[in-house]
Design a protein around this ligand. Structure first.
Ligand SMILES: [Ca+2]
Length: 371
């Protein structure tokens, strides 16, 4: 992307830090309002200063990209162009977001990734979260077929059961990545579009939601397009509030997995030993997930031996994929359809394996507890 002069989405003077003072955490869902109502003279002045100051130290964002985005939102969704420009002028460019995108957790080797998420504290936290929400989890299981241990583990990996909801204003993350991260700008501009639509639909002030450096929101860390498509109101208060409602978070995770092909009650993955080197033409999923493209019978014929006796009970025609994890020595697993469905939540084999292993450990703890 051309690195032209500074523009709207990153800059405002210190005198214009109105937003920080009214950014609660977790987010408050404001009563429905229009941006036009919120465009006070003070904010217009901020926008003017942001345009005019052109702070040379900040990285450039192409004005044409912002213009095109505003035009699209106006033409496609009926947004008011001036109000949208004023809003974007209050977003801040954050270099730390770019830096974080360039060193994702999923870039770590498996044994380090595992050590971050499959921990005694997170297992204990999952057991507590399950106990506190057992009725809701049972209801989600009954409606959507997803085992409570998986729902709990996803919320555990994502936000440590809601304890870490992220530290970035979503508008900052999405404008930074949508206009100053060329490698995935198109994707994040689409998420910015979804976020602005979500805010309008849900009656949220778009300046208030906080989330991850990638714009993921709430206890289950839904990106805006997923929030719009898959989040559900599961406590019946008429709102989808993934920041404050455990029920909405739980129901939404279950709904997300169900809508991505979760098979109720089906196995997820199991470890295997190799009795021979895998055939050279056998597809092996490493960090990047692969859809199951062979069968258990074929993998058994290739010399893979399940460590768990229960695996022998599975139908030999079950779709499967061989997985190789990076440890001091390689570890091999077989992933089934439900394992692949977990990777639809986060496109990473490491992520899905951490969720699965955490879910197993939490279930063992819950099954062994008195409640
Ligand atoms: Ca709700």
């Amino acid at each position: 992307m051309a690195r032209g002069r500074a523009t709207t989405s990153r800059l405002r003077s210190h005198a214009c830090r109105l937003r920080d003072a009214r950014r609660p955490h977790p987010v408050r869902l404001a009563a429905p309002s229009t941006w036009r109502q919120r465009v006070t003279p003070r904010l217009v002045l901020c926008a003017f200063l942001a345009f005019a100051s052109g702070l040379a130290a900040a990285p450039a964002i192409a004005p044409a990209d912002v213009d095109a985005f505003v035009r699209e939102m106006t033409e496609r969704h009926g947004f008011d162009a001036d109000a949208l420009r004023t809003l974007l002028a209050q977003a801040e460019y954050r270099q730390g977001i770019i830096d974080a995108m360039n060193r994702p957790y999923e870039g770590l080797p498996w044994y380090r990734y595992q050590s971050l998420f499959v921990t005694p504290e997170r297992i204990e936290g999952g057991s507590e979260y399950w106990r506190e929400n057992q009725d809701t989890l049972a209801r989600a299981h009954a409606l959507h077929g997803v085992d409570p241990s998986i729902i709990v583990a996803i919320i555990g990996v994502e936000t440590n059961y809601g304890r870490n909801l992220g530290q970035h204003a979503v508008i900052d993350a999405l404008t930074t990545l949508g206009f100053a991260y060329p490698r995935r700008a198109r994707f994040f501009r689409g998420e910015l579009e979804s976020f602005l639509l979500l805010a309008r639909e849900e009656g949220m002030d778009p300046l208030e939601p906080v989330g991850s450096y990638a714009g993921a929101m709430g206890k289950p860390q839904f990106i805006p397009s997923s929030y719009r498509a898959y989040a559900i109101d599961f406590d019946g208060d008429g709102r989808r509030d993934l920041w404050n409602s455990d029920a909405d978070a739980i129901g939404s995770v279950a709904n997300y997995l169900a809508r991505h092909g979760w098979q109720p009650g089906a196995a997820i993955a199991f470890p295997v030993d190799l009795s021979a080197a895998p055939p050279p033409d056998l597809a092996i999923a490493e960090k990047a997930p692969l859809e199951p493209n062979t069968t258990l019978a074929a993998l058994t014929a290739a010399g893979l031996v399940a460590r768990e006796a229960a695996a022998a009970q599975l139908d030999p025609t079950t779709a499967a994929i061989l997985i190789r994890l990076e440890e001091p020595d390689a570890a091999y697993w077989i992933g089934l359809r439900n394992f692949y469905v977990i990777t639809r939540y986060n496109h990473s084999t490491l992520y899905a394996m951490a969720v699965y292993q955490l879910s197993q450990a939490i279930r063992a703890r819950v099954d062994g507890s008195a409640w």
